[in-house]
Design a protein around this ligand. Sequence first.
Ligand code: ADP
Length: 201
Amino acid sequence: MISMYLELLRLNYKDKLDKAAQEFIGFAKNGAERSEKLIHDLLEYAKVSTMDKSLEKTSLEAVLKGALSNLELLVLESGADITHDRLPDLTADTTQMVQLFQNLLSNAIKYRREGQLKIIISAKEENNRWLFSIKDNGIGIDAQHKEQIFDIFRRLHSKTEYSGTGIGLSICKKIVERHHGKIWMESQPGQGAVFYFTLPK
Ligand code: ADP
């Protein structure tokens, strides 16, 4: 509603507003859009624990397909080259698995560098769990931040550099922990990042 009325102001009063006023409307519109995204992401974060959906047999192949189809435009625009191991079937919350893969993949795309973006998704069977990893060749981060980035609202970039709310990885952490798994990352600046997570068989 705020965005809509600001847009009406901009369109209907175009001739009466000077350049500065039009610029202020632009800032206000950006603010309204960011608030909307923040509310949306916070609701998603809250939903991870309130949603009491029972776990079901889940094909992670289908989950990955779903996540990639939600990100279709981003994947196309970025020209990402994405390869993946064959993913197993597990007992899990299907919707949350889609969100987990989607958040990690959209970050791999967002924090890319110049040149061909490569994303490798691996799955390795261990004793009583599966170890998954999503590896990119993007901007990477300094190892000293590798734990804080999973905290809510924690961002290493300003909103002008990369847009975001700092909630995506905290949702991932909540989802993985709700499935009794672990999530962590390894990276060096400029060397890409690898996000690992485990899920019990
Ligand atoms: P957002 O992307 O909205 O800032 P996230 O919780 O998804 O929030 O990520 C937190 C921070 O972790 C990001 O601001 C970014 O600095 C860092 N980050 C996440 N994924 C990657 C990645 N694949 N490569 C480099 N940095 C990343």
